[in-house]
Ligand binder design. Structure first.
Ligand SMILES: [Zn+2]
Length: 436
């Protein structure tokens, strides 16, 4: 009857180093919403978990969208009149506007400038830009470099292809005792950006690896998808099965040193919302809760009105709010193993609540049972002081009428979920509670 300790066997320091190592391995790959970079990324994840790869053909209709052509790139550069490479895709893949069509020609500075993007406010950084749904080409460079360009002829080359192919996504299902599912979703389509995408991929990978070793109540579904189009594809292909999803989290930007942010599901008071908020409130660290909004990551699709799934979004510094966001400064220095470790611990604490947040029935509901004669006080023992234990027993017994979950009781009493859960486990042993 007793629910599992989800943190058993986790060496958080070791895992944080492994997560960081995976982020480093994935960092150089040029990912996009389709193509070999995305495939290679998912194949590297397969070295840790048996991720199933799905290939969805170009042209597949998914609700109001169509799976786009597949984009691949071998090389790209800009050479000056002397033939020197002044911009080199091999050195930084952000230099090419993601999804640029192939081009190889000589252009004037004036013409070239129409295809260059920089950030005047951050003159040393290279921006990240995409052009998925409009066929065009472009380069991203630092603003300082843009200012240094002289009036001469340039050779531009983008050795890319945009052809009918597939959109790839990865899925890993861990079967629990129930068919009810917890969905964990991360986007895997950004090229060399460490916090915005790689940290989420790494956390999801090692969380899945750990959970796969446990005997779990819920079934878990991990999906590694290109942002927006990936969740739309997944929802379209799984439309008839989504009612199994009882809780879900979008994982993104989980590696920077900022405080934790949780964006609530569209319903706003789903169990996942309450569980994450409980964990953050008791973490002892600063945090922020955001109401749902119809922009951001894939929660937009999961929480579109036709689905309205109980899916929130966990992040540290939210997208668009940190200076390094979508620039070359979102690199391996921005992501910290200790921040990833902290994020992972918060995920585990949240899942611990979901796994054990049950409702019980007090077997002795008419007046309080006499606890002393049952030896209950010594049974609960441990670090918690006696008064607190006694109070926890009274709270659990009183509210275990089949209507209140353990998390409800934790919230009402002001005690940690952990104490309430342990108390309920003991009361079960003493036959004072039964499952609802
Ligand atoms: Zn992004």
């Amino acid at each position: 009857m007793e629910s599992i300790d989800i943190k058993q066997g986790v060496n958080i320091n070791e895992v944080s180093q492994e997560m960081y190592k995976l982020v480093s391995e994935l960092y150089p790959i040029c990912r996009s919403i389709t193509g070999d970079g995305l495939r290679k990324t998912l194949q590297l994840v397969q070295q840790h978990i048996p991720l199933e790869l799905h290939e969805v053909p170009t042209g597949t209709q998914v609700f109001d969208w169509t799976v786009p052509k597949e984009w691949n790139i071998k090389d790209a550069y800009i050479k000056n009149a002397k033939g020197e490479k002044i911009v080199d895709f091999q050195k930084l893949n952000l230099h090419v506007v993601n999804y640029s069509i192939p081009i190889h020609e000589k252009v004037s500075l004036e013409e070239l400038k129409k295809h260059l993007i920089s950030i005047p406010d951050k003159p040393d950084w290279v921006p990240y830009r995409t052009s998925y749904y409009k066929e065009s080409w472009g380069f991203c460079i630092s603003h300082n470099q843009l200012l240094s360009l002289t009036d001469e002829e340039y050779e531009v080359c983008i050795d890319s292809s945009l052809e009918a192919g597939h959109l790839t996504y990865g899925e890993y299902y861990i079967k629990g005792r129930k068919s009810d599912e917890i969905l964990i979703s991360c986007h895997s389509c950004h090229p060399s950006l460490a916090n915005d995408n790689l940290a989420g991929i790494a956390l999801s990978t090692f969380l899945a690896k750990h959970l796969s070793q446990l005997d779990l109540e819920f079934s878990y579904r991990f999906i590694f998808i290109p942002g927006t189009i990936g969740s739309i594809v997944w929802l379209a292909l799984n439309d008839s099965n989504v009612d199994k999803i009882k809780h879900g989290l979008v994982v993104t930007c989980v590696g920077d040193g900022g405080k934790s942010h949780y964006k609530k599901s569209r319903c706003g008071d789903a169990e996942i919302d309450k569980a994450v908020i409980h964990v953050l409130q008791r973490s002892g660290a600063d945090y922020e809760i955001q109401e749902f909004s119809p922009y951001g990551y894939d929660e937009r699709q999961y929480c579109s009105p036709g689905f309205n799934l109980p899916v929130g979004c966990f992040m540290r510094s939210p997208h668009g709010t940190y200076a390094e966001y979508h620039t070359s400064a979102d690199n391996l220095d921005l992501v910290k193993p200790e921040s990833m470790a902290d994020s992972l611990e918060k995920f585990l604490s949240t899942l611990q609540i979901l796994e054990s947040n049950k409702k019980y029935i007090n077997q002795n509901p008419k007046c309080e049972p006499q606890l002393g004669k049952r030896g209950l006080y010594s049974a609960i023992g441990g670090q918690t002081d006696t008064k607190k234990q006694e109070m926890a027993i009274l709270w659990v017994l009183n509210y275990s009428d089949g209507n209140y979950s353990l998390l409800d009781i934790a919230e009402k009493s002001g005690f940690d979920f952990d104490l309430i859960k342990k108390t309920a486990d003991t009361l079960l042993e003493f036959d004072l509670l039964k499952p609802s």
